[in-house]
Design a protein around this ligand. Structure first.
Ligand code: 7TS
Length: 408
C-alpha cells in the first residue's frame, strides 16, 4: 500500500500550520489538490532556465520551452491513454473543455429539436454550456435521474436516449456523492443510438487509472489543478476524426496555417484549438504532476483512496445525527458530503476551520442535484493520497465537539 507518510513529505504545504499550534488537515482536494515539490520545482525551473514563448522562436530558449511544453502534452496524453498527443488539446480547465465542445461541436451539429442528454449529478460546467447552446439552437436538454442512494437510474435510459439524442455528456465520478458511474456502458449506449459520448473526468483522472480508448468516449475533459498540477491548465481529449471535423473555438495567433485579409486557414491538431500564447509553465507543471502520479502508481492511489474513504465513511456514520449522501463505500470515490441535523453546513465548515480542518460547504457547483434532494448545501470532506486515518479521526472528534457545543 501507498506509504502515506512518505507521500506527505512531498507536499510542502502540509508543514504549514493552519493556526498557531494547529496543523492543517486538508480535506478539500476535490475542489483543488495540493501540489508536490516536484511540480512546484518543474515550474520554477522553467522560469529560471528556459523561459521563452513557444512555437515561434528559432533561438535555443524558445526551442527548449517548446520541447518541454510539447513533451508535457505527450505525458498527459499517455496518462489517459490517448492514441496520440495531437488528440490532447490544452485548455484552461474542465469548464473550458465543455465550453469548447458545446461551442465548436455543438454549434455545428445541434439543430432545433435535437436532444442533449446529461445527468442530474453534473457539475455546472457540464450543464450551463449545453443550456446556452440549447437556447441558441432551440434544442432540448434532458437529464438521467439520480436515485435516493446516489446512483444513476439507468432504467430510464431506453426512454431518454433515442435517435433524437445527439450527445450524452456525463461525469465519470460525482463531485458531491462520489458515485463512480458505469462509463463504458453509458458510452456504448450513446453510440448505439448514434450519439456522441463526452465524459467529465475532473474527479476521475486524479484518482483512478483512465483509459479513453477502452472507454471509447469521443470527448473527455479534465483539470490539472485537481491532480497535483497547477491551476490554469487542463485537457480536452477528442478522437482525431472528430476534432478534425470540428471548427475552431477561438481565433488568433498560433492556431492558423495562413491568414490573408480575405480569410484564414487553420493549423493542424492540436494547435487549431489553442489560440494565443498558452500557459507554458502550467503545461510543464501538468506534465510533472503526471510524472508524480505515475511514480506512485494510479492503481496504488486508487486502492489507498478506497481504504481511507471506507475508513472515513465508517467513522463518520458513528457521528449522531449525521447523514452521509451518496452510495456506500466501495462504489464511490474519495468524497464524503454530509449534513448534520440542526446545523448549517457552512457553520460546520466554519467551526472545523477553527480546528485547522479545511472542508468545503455549499452546493459544490451542483445546485440542481442539491435541490432535487431538498437541501441547499452539504459539508464535504474529500480525501487524497496524503490523507491519514489520524486526520479522519480529527474530523470526527471535531464534529462531535461541534455537536456538543450546539447541545445536539
Ligand atoms: N466537473 C467536475 C465533476 C468537477 O468536480 C469540477 C470542479 C468541474 C467539472 C469544474 O472544474 P474546473 O477546474 O473547470 O473548475 N469541482 C469543484 C468542486 O467540487 N469544488 O470546487 C470545484
Amino acid at each position: 500500500m501507498l506509504d502515506v507518510n512518505k507521500v506527505r513529505a512531498d507536499f510542502p504545504i502540509l508543514d504549514v500550520e493552519a493556526y498557531p499550534d494547529t496543523p492543517l488537515v486538508f480535506l478539500d482536494s476535490a475542489a483543488s489538490s495540493q501540489k508536490p515539490t516536484a511540480v512546484i520545482e518543474a515550474m520554477n525551473r522553467y522560469y529560471r532556465t528556459i523561459n521563452a514563448n513557444v512555437h515561434r522562436g528559432i533561438y535555443r530558449f524558445s526551442e527548449d520551452a517548446t520541447n518541454a511544453y510539447e513533451a508535457a502534452r505527450g505525458k498527459v496524453a499517455r496518462f489517459i491513454n490517448a492514441r496520440e498527443s495531437a488528440e490532447l488539446i490544452f485548455v484552461r480547465n474542465t469548464t473550458e473543455a465543455f465550453n469548447l465542445a458545446a461551442y465548436s461541436w455543438g454549434r455545428a451539429n445541434i439543430n432545433a429539436g435535437d436532444e442533449i442528454l446529461l445527468t442530474e449529478m453534473e457539475h455546472h460546467a457540464n450543464i450551463v454550456p449545453w443550456q446556452l447552446l440549447a437556447e441558441e439552437k432551440e434544442a432540448i436538454v434532458r437529464y438521467i435521474p439520480v436515485t435516493a442512494d446516489g446512483f444513476l437510474d439507468l432504467s430510464t435510459l431506453d426512454e431518454l436516449l433515442t435517435e433524437r439524442t445527439k450527445i450524452l455528456s456525463f461525469t465519470a465520478v460525482s463531485n458531491v456523492f462520489g458515485t463512480i458511474n458505469p462509463i463504458k456502458k453509458l458510452v456504448a449506449a450513446a453510440h448505439a443510438v448514434g450519439a456522441l459520448a463526452m465524459v467529465d473526468g475532473a474527479q476521475a483522472v486524479p484518482h483512478m487509472p483512465v483509459d479513453v480508448q477502452a472507454w471509447d468516449c469521443d470527448l473527455f475533459a479534465f483539470s490539472s489543478h485537481k491532480m497535483c498540477g497547477p491551476t490554469g491548465i487542463g485537457g480536452l481529449y477528442g478522437k482525431r476524426a472528430l476534432l478534425e471535423a470540428m471548427p475552431p473555438f477561438m481565433g488568433g495567433g498560433d492556431m492558423i496555417r495562413k491568414v490573408t485579409f480575405e480569410g484564414s486557414t487553420f493549423a493542424d491538431l492540436p494547435h487549431k484549438f489553442e489560440a494565443g500564447t498558452p500557459a507554458i509553465a502550467e503545461g510543464i507543471g501538468f506534465g510533472a504532476a503526471v510524472d508524480y502520479l505515475n511514480e506512485l502508481g494510479m492503481e496504488e492511489i486508487h486502492a489507498y483512496e478506497q481504504f481511507i474513504t471506507t475508513y472515513a465513511l465508517e467513522e463518520l456514520s458513528e457521528v449522531k445525527g449525521l447523514k452521509l449522501w451518496g452510495p456506500p463505500a466501495g462504489k464511490r470515490g474519495g468524497v464524503a458530503a454530509f449534513t448534520i441535523e440542526g446545523l448549517h453546513p457552512h457553520d460546520i465548515a466554519d467551526l472545523l476551520d477553527k480546528d485547522g480542518i479545511a472542508v468545503r460547504a455549499g452546493h459544490h457547483c451542483a445546485m440542481p442535484l442539491h435541490k432535487k434532494f431538498g437541501i441547499n448545501a452539504t459539508t464535504r470532506a474529500s480525501f487524497y493520497i496524503h490523507t491519514t486515518t489520524d486526520e479522519v479521526d480529527k474530523l470526527v472528534d471535531s464534529l462531535n465537539r461541534i455537536r456538543k457545543l450546539f447541545r445536539l
